[in-house]
Design a protein around this ligand. Structure first.
Ligand code: PAF
Length: 541
């Protein structure tokens, strides 16, 4: 892993051919951070690793985003552990500039340092003068900075927008990764990218939590164990509101009241705000029509905590991921049936495309033409009247439920499914289904990539021994050649490794997923477990 401390060296690295053509094909992922990395940052890095050829992590405690009474001096700085974490996570390069390198000026930096004794001086960072030139700053729309955290953190989002713009300009990444936990920051950055026509995809990653529900944050290290326990009430209160929402409550006043009631159970928590806003514009909502962002900021001693939850007025999505042979598709079908949801058979979608390619003159390896064709075709999945029967598949209005199961399709489908451009198009179509919700989807990257905001995420797994046994029984029942259990196990270990390390849609466990080890459990037992998790989590009972 490379470590860059200067803009010139980073630019040189990004420019020179050492990144190769792969960079153009799969891109560069940037994970901007202020260091003090934790498991939340690692999920951003992991996601970036999956989607890009090159991953760059910036570590910079940005003075522009700290107010005069905030914790700039105290903010945890731990370069060596951060460097090691990045190295272990497979990051290609870290960028650790000084304030001067970031164009914030040496003078300003030293003034920031002395802010404790002379707080007023910090404001020089924001007030330009000829003697002490202040960098041009990016000012987000007032409507987005005057709500939520912007009310008490004057200038914070301007500081964030400025540094993020600088980083995006320097690195020019294909994608940049931000946590959903900082929902206001995320909305402002999305808006910034749109308004300034920046050519980068902003990827939002779900909040990672401790088992108590406490959202991970670098600032959690200010908390004692007892305070951490107390702080978990933030998520509990959001979940209370979510339960009310799932049972039909849509009014902002009511949802906020439910949240506050739960927060009040921990007297040490001093709420700063509980607000319900539109997650894109951050405009306060009276009631939820489509989606609302319910956000909290609270103080616990001298530590300021934030958390939020998205409340979507759509039917829930159940995402089931896991390794080969864990029984995902059988279980997903049965869960969908038990809950009256549609089983979004992504395998059938890839089969449909393969069938269409075989009907056309397009060669199987002509990825761009196939992707273009997918873009134009309409695949529709309908629940069959027969509960046990497979989902009915319509391609451009023609029923292909049987046709896509032919041997010819079976022998070509994996070649088509491995084409990144085809996957991208089909993922878009799957996400369109997701807008309506009410689906159960299984795969390898459903909870991490296709539906990172699924209401219920399951990671279905089983030991290699168990999966080998099941596979052997399955082959026997089909009268196929018998491999030894040992051979089966070796094949599965290899397959798991390939699935987790492949470039296209690698197998990944979402940090907010619930793992179910299916060893010794029947399909009916696993299904019942997921159905009960769904009722508990989604229906609230
Ligand atoms: O979220 C953070 O850590 C910071 O606000 C960011 C995006 C790295 C900008 O300094």
């Amino acid at each position: 892993m490379l470590v860059f401390t200067t803009v010139a060296a980073l630019r040189c690295y990004l420019r020179i051919g050492q990144l190769g053509g792969d960079r153009i094909e799969r891109g560069v992922g940037l994970v901007p951070t202020m260091g003090a990395l934790h498991a939340g940052h690692l999920t951003l890095i992991e996601r970036a690793r999956q989607q890009n050829a090159v991953v760059i992590v910036s570590i910079f405690v940005n003075p522009l985003q700290f107010g005069p009474t905030e914790d700039f001096q105290k903010y945890p700085r731990q370069l060596e552990p951060d460097r090691q974490l990045c190295e272990e996570a497979g990051v290609d390069a870290i960028f650790v500039p000084t304030a001067e390198e970031m164009g914030l000026g040496k003078k300003e930096k030293s003034k920031v340092k002395s802010q404790k004794s002379k707080e007023r001086k910090f404001s020089l960072l924001r007030v330009p003068s000829q003697q002490s030139p202040v960098p041009t700053q990016v000012v987000p729309p007032e409507s987005m900075t005057s709500v939520l955290c912007g009310r008490s953190r004057i200038g914070h989002f301007q500081g964030v927008a400025t540094i993020v713009t600088k980083l995006l300009n320097l690195v020019q990444p294909t994608r940049a990764y931000f946590g959903q936990k900082d929902a206001q920051q995320l909305a402002i950055i999305r808006r910034l990218v749109a308004d300034l026509n920046l050519s980068v995809e902003i990827v939002a990653c779900p909040t990672v939590r401790e088992s108590s529900g406490l959202a991970l944050s670098s600032r959690n290290r200010y908390l004692t164990e007892r305070e951490k326990e107390e702080a978990s009430v933030l998520y509990r209160s959001l979940r209370q509101a979510e339960r009310a929402f799932l049972t039909g409550e849509r009014s902002s006043d009511e949802l906020i009241a439910v949240t506050k009631l739960e927060l009040a159970r921990v007297p040490a928590i001093e709420p700063e705000y509980v607000e319900l806003v539109d997650p894109t514009t951050l405009i306060p909502l009276d009631k939820i029509e489509e989606v609302g962002l319910l956000a909290i900021a609270a103080r616990l001693g001298s530590t300021r905590l934030i958390d939020n939850i998205l409340l979507r007025n759509r039917q829930p999505i159940v995402a089931i991921d896991g390794p080969a042979g864990a029984g995902k598709s059988t279980v997903a079908r049965q869960v969908a049936q038990a809950l009256g949801l549609l089983y979004l058979d992504t395998g059938a979608m890839y089969r449909s495309v393969t069938w269409l390619v075989l009907q056309s003159d397009i060669p199987i390896e002509d990825e761009p033409s196939i992707a273009e064709m997918v873009c134009k075709c309409e695949i529709e999945l309908r629940m069959s009247d027969e509960p046990q029967a497979p989902v009915r598949v319509f391609l451009n209005s023609q029923e292909v439920t049987q046709a896509i199961r032919s041997l010819e399709v079976t022998s070509h489908v994996s070649a088509i499914a491995a084409q990144p451009a085809v996957r991208r198009q089909l993922v878009k179509q799957q996400q369109l289904w997701g807008e309506k919700g009410g689906i159960v989807v299984e795969g390898r990257d459903i909870g991490t990539h296709v539906f990172p905001d699924a209401e219920l995420k399951i990671f279905l797994t089983a030991s290699v021994q168990e999966r080998a046994k099941r596979r052997q029984q399955e082959l026997k029942s089909q009268g196929e050649a018998d491999l030894s259990l040992e051979q089966m196990e070796q094949n599965l270990v290899l397959r798991d490794w390939k699935d987790s390390n492949r470039d296209v849609a690698p197998l990944q466990k979402a940090p907010d997923s619930i793992e179910i080890l299916t060893d010794g459990l029947s399909v009916a037992e696993v299904t019942a477990r997921i159905v009960s998790l769904y009722r508990e989590k989604v229906d609230g009972h």
